[in-house]
Write a protein of this length. Sequence first.
Length: 313
Amino acid sequence: MRCSLCDEEAVIDQPYAGQHLCDRHFRRTIVERLRREMHRQLPRFPGGTVAVALSGGKDSAVALTLAHRYFARRPNVHLVALTVDEGIEGYRLPTIERAAELCKNLDVPHEILRARDEVGSTTDEAALRMVGTAPCSFCGVWRRQLLNRAAVRAGADVLVLGFNLDDLAQTILMNLARADLDRIPRMAPHRSRQPGLVPRIAPLATIPEREVYLYARLEGLPFDHGECPHARRAARNVFREAVWNLEEALPGTRHGLLKTQERLQALFETVKPSRAPSLCSECGEPSTGAVCRACEYRRAAREPLAGGEGISP
């Protein structure tokens, strides 16, 4: 199969765009799509500190690499990478090693936050106590809080997330299926800064997962492709398969879901402007209620096992 833009051999097909691309043109489109999203999600950025959530996987590796390239000629922009160690046996250590390697290659400061120190529990420990709760639920809540906390400490003006098109399409469909419309306007990208919260952006929003993976491989980026052992219990798996099947049958479905979220977000801002969050009475972090979800999970994680002792604070 030949590239749709030249006579070189194609390395990928894009059914949603009706074209095939060679290595050179594929890499160029990835860079261009990130550039467009940076301009759209972070317009007229005057400079400052940009934090990048770096898990050590393919998505965050590409996000950091392209953000580094995007801001390379901006001496007034300081990049910092943030990694959360949730305490997942056999999974997190290799990703931290790959994250550290990438930061060393790019000469980007790297901070690691450990759930054991910040939360008082690891994801593995909490999973033993909250048997009826999917680990991704509390792990995701803690990770988001820790990333925001670290971004605030770093004086970050914005937090870059490595969410790709598939990730966002799955989240949007999940929220719609659950009629959880309040989450729609809280999704990245954030247009303004609220007290205690660093605005998040997702510059890989229009790039499918397999294209992020291919770009990471072609660029030779260090990343770990292992799967979290707790992931099999995540409700997201159902929506991942649903989105994949829809995209196979109807190319462009993922982009359609993304556009749906953008239109709903704009609509909600006109009829129900977002309110500044309150502060959690326990940890002082921004919260939509008196006690934040992270603290509620923290309480549950410290409940003693049957016939055993709980986790000390």
